[in-house]
Design a protein around this ligand. Structure first.
Ligand code: BGC
Length: 483
């Protein structure tokens, strides 16, 4: 770093101390993580470990046409997916609809009306004159929030995450709420499966990759799913399911280390502020330090602290453009980290053009280091969830399917995450990594369709475990039903 004054250098060093998570700490977090994953399987502690009633992986032979609805966080997407007779192949048509910000804080009725309107538009656009003659289409609904599922075709929202706070949905089954809005519009659609985006990612990736064991989302939120056997899920004991029966668990591990546990997450004052001012304080502690929704906010709070309190950054500038909470998103950090010029001229121009800020070279160096530290901390902490599942399940080598804007777009995230996994799991240097995290197929589209197809297949095979309303699937079973 050329000609950076001493006070800025020592501030950089203190930020490094604040945000760096070393190997020992990563290992300590991973051990606590394993403990909390086990607690969740017993129905205790922070991590919900939600059974999803997705009970097997696809074998590539699934067929049929399905709708998929993805209610992610930013957009709403409707897809029609046809799983063709060709093994592992599919056709997809899709439309995206903007999710108005007000809907995230409005009422349940507004949310479902808007959602059903989008599905109606999709059907009218893609099936113009056939609407009245269409057979009922099964819908895979990707609802990326924690839900308690007693069946694959229902789900009670445990709590909103990712800053959502729609009234009248927490504690309610979301499927009848959506189905009511669909019915009011006479739409030939029935909800066949409610799925989490992590489950969809796992299943969509497993469709084409037999080594797939874990599905993860590194996006607005952060979470993972894996395949468990029922004998390892004490909280399902009362259902007397066969011990060797499979069940995908949506961990909801963004909730790791939230409360009532040995606190291991290295929270800074900025993390504490984010939590305290969030709509759900005390929840999603791990997600609030790692996921895309919060990276820009951590940066913004640190930057204002350096300016307002430490008076070391942009002293003669007015930072009013940075005073609104959540006005920066992760793409702001990505931009700074991606500046290819040694003198950080792209960052300098961006600050000037967009925010009217004139930053000197040492200040740019400080901002760049801050972005790197926040991005690196996220990638390294994110390795703990994956490492914990691998250690708990004894996965010595496997593939992890990943999706989400942070994984796909944030510079160096993949490399930093892989390096941290290497450190936690003590892999030998110079050898190929045994656990590889890579970009997955479209989980909330293809994954949702596959899960709907697997459910139909299960009914046909006479296995009705975990399906609430078999009649709406309009299929007859090929064999004797389960008692
Ligand atoms: C939600 C999870 C979801 C994750 C990634 C979290 O906030 O609780 O259900 O999988 O975000 O979208």
């Amino acid at each position: 770093m050329a000609d950076v004054p001493q006070d800025i250098l020592s501030e950089i060093a203190s930020l490094e101390r604040l945000f760096t998570v070393d190997t020992e700490k990563l290992k300590e977090i991973t051990e606590q993580f394993i403990d909390e994953l086990h607690q969740g399987l017993k129905g205790e502690g922070n991590i919900p470990m939600n059974p999803t009633w997705v009970m097997n992986f696809p074998d590539g032979e699934e067929t049929g046409s399905f709708l998929a609805l993805d209610m992610g966080g930013t957009n709403l997407r409707v897809c029609e997916i046809t799983l063709t007779d060709e093994k592992g192949e599919f056709d997809i048509v899709q439309s995206k609809y903007r999710m108005p910000e007000e809907l995230k804080h409005g009422t349940a009725e507004e949310l479902w009306d808007y959602t059903a309107d989008c599905i109606e538009q999709f059907i009218e656009y893609h099936h113009e004159d056939e609407r009245d003659n269409l057979d009922t289409i099964p819908l895979g609904f990707t609802f990326s929030y924690p839900a308690t599922q007693e069946h694959i075709d229902n789900g009670v929202l445990q709590r909103w995450t990712k800053g959502w706070a729609v009234e009248g949905v927490e504690g309610e089954d979301v499927v009848p709420q959506l189905e009511k809005a669909l019915k009011e519009r006479n739409l030939p659609v029935t909800v066949a499966a409610l799925i989490n985006d992590t489950t969809g990612t796992l299943i969509a990736s497993a469709y084409t990759d037999q080594s797939m064991r874990i599905g993860c989302i590194f996006g607005t939120g952060h979470n993972g799913a894996y395949l468990e056997t029922c004998g390892n899920i004490p909280k399902l004991k009362h259902m007397n399911l066969p011990d060797d029966m499979h069940m995908v668990i949506n961990c909801e591990y963004g909730a790791f280390n939230s409360k009532g546990q040995h606190p291991v997450l290295p929270k800074t004052q900025y993390d504490v502020m984010i939590d305290e001012t969030s709509p759900r304080p005390g929840q999603q502690a791990y997600e609030k330090m790692t996921s895309g929704l919060y990276l820009g906010e951590i940066f913004r709070l640190a930057m204002l602290d350096l300016h307002d309190n430490k008076k070391i950054l942009l002293a003669d500038q007015d930072l009013k453009a940075f005073r609104t909470p959540f006005c920066l998103d992760a793409s702001f950090l990505s931009f700074i980290e991606e500046d290819p010029f040694e003198n950080l001229s792209e960052t300098q121009d961006m600050l000037n053009d967009k925010y009217g800020i004139k930053a000197a070279r040492p200040e740019l160096e400080l901002l760049r280091r801050l972005a790197e530290l926040i991005g690196t901390r996220s990638a390294r902490l994110c390795a703990c969830g994956i490492a914990a599942i691998c250690k708990m399940k004894g996965f010595d080598s496997c593939h992890v399917g990943a999706d989400g804007s942070v994984f796909n777009k944030y510079p160096h995230f993949k490399q930093r995450n892989a390096k941290a996994l290497r450190e936690i799991l003590d892999w030998q240097k110079g050898k190929k990594d045994p656990v590889v995290v890579s970009s997955s197929e479209d989980g909330s589209g293809v994954g949702a369709a596959l899960i709907a197809a697997l459910t139909v297949k299960r009914i046909k095979a006479g296995n009705k475990y975990g399906i609430q309303d078999v009649s709406k699937f309009n299929v007859t079973s090929d064999s004797k039903p389960d008692p």
